[in-house]
Write a protein that binds this ligand. Structure first.
Ligand code: PLP
Length: 284
């Protein structure tokens, strides 16, 4: 496959990065994953906006303009195989001769991007959809979860907790027993036809799928939508629970630990939400 590394499109097996890169030494970088189906990107602009927000938080000036980032994504997709591809972009502060915590002067940011094949999104269907069984535990990550940091050790350990229990995701609650997000997804609940998700703050990643879904639901449905604090008890009492992420889109959760969500069936409102998402996802 062809990857992008520091202004060059090169074969993946020729890509080399210094071990002194601060992405490697400190996890000092940010990343994005952007889906592209048949040449159409989902949420390209919000993904690039979040990339810029992340660079600003790290005080790295963007090596490329929004337009150049967009062109890079398009070119990389065209240079690689697959009708449907995810584009992974990572920017780190770059490398310096010595390992010091302080930002070094005059470093050149490292830009690395590659694509990977992703499956086509199937027609939303209650019978055939992958219904998630998830684990849950206390959110033990840091207090800057709005940054899409490459330093994902906290997320990886939470994800692995789920894997140990035979699950593919772990939902997280803060020390006040309030829902934050999952280890690699945002979380929504539905109760009495009201759709609720935690508000944007430093405890969660501002998911692009979350953003698109909220907009689609507000513009194309009559559901009441709330962004507010959700307690652990509300999650257990919910009629439906969903995960959202760029690769999952809107995914139903039927079991949390030993607790079945409502009757343990995929919900009707999930079907409407994912159907609307599929219909309008390219417009944001
Ligand atoms: N929350 C976390 C911690 C994530 O890692 C991700 C994506 O990987 C998400 C939420 C969902 O974000 P997006 O919808 O932008 O993919």
């Amino acid at each position: 496959s062809t990857v992008f590394l520091n202004n060059e499109y090169i074969p993946a097996n020729e890509a080399k990065i210094s071990p002194m890169d601060r992405g490697f030494l400190f996890g000092e970088g940010i990343y994005e994953v952007i889906p592209c189906y048949q040449g159409q990107f989902v949420g390209l602009q919000p993904h690039l906006k979040r990339l810029f927000d992340g660079l600003k938080a790290l005080e790295i000036s963007s090596p490329l303009t929004t337009e150049e980032w967009g062109d890079l994504c398009k070119k990389l997709v065209s240079l690689n195989e697959g009708d449907n591809q995810g584009i992974y972009i990572q920017v780190t502060r770059g490398s310096a001769p010595n390992r010091h915590h302080a930002f070094p002067k005059d470093t050149v940011p490292t830009i690395f991007a590659f694509t990977f094949e992703i499956p086509a999104v199937p027609m939303p269907d209650k019978q055939s959809v992958t219904a998630y069984k998830v684990s849950s535990e206390q959110d033990l990550r840091w207090k800057r979860c709005q940054i899409k940091s490459t330093a994902l050790l906290g997320n990886v350990l939470h994800f692995q907790h789920g894997v140990r229990e035979g699950n593919k995701e772990t939902i997280l609650f803060n020390q006040h027993n309030e829902l934050t997000e999952a280890s690699s997804s945002n979380v929504f609940i539905v109760k009495d036809k009201v759709i609720v998700t935690p508000p944007l703050d430093n405890q969660i990643l501002p998911g692009v799928t979350r953003h698109i879904l909220l907009n689609v639901l507000r513009e194309h449905s009559d559901f009441i939508i709330e962004e507010r604090v959700i307690t652990h008890q509300e999650v257990l009492d919910a009629d439906e629970v969903w995960l959202t992420s760029s690769t999952k889109e809107v995914a139903p959760v039927i079991k949390i630990g030993e607790h079945w969500v409502a009757s343990g069936q995929v919900g009707d409102i999930w079907l409407k939400a994912q159907t609307l998402f599929s219909q309008y996802k390219y417009l944001y």
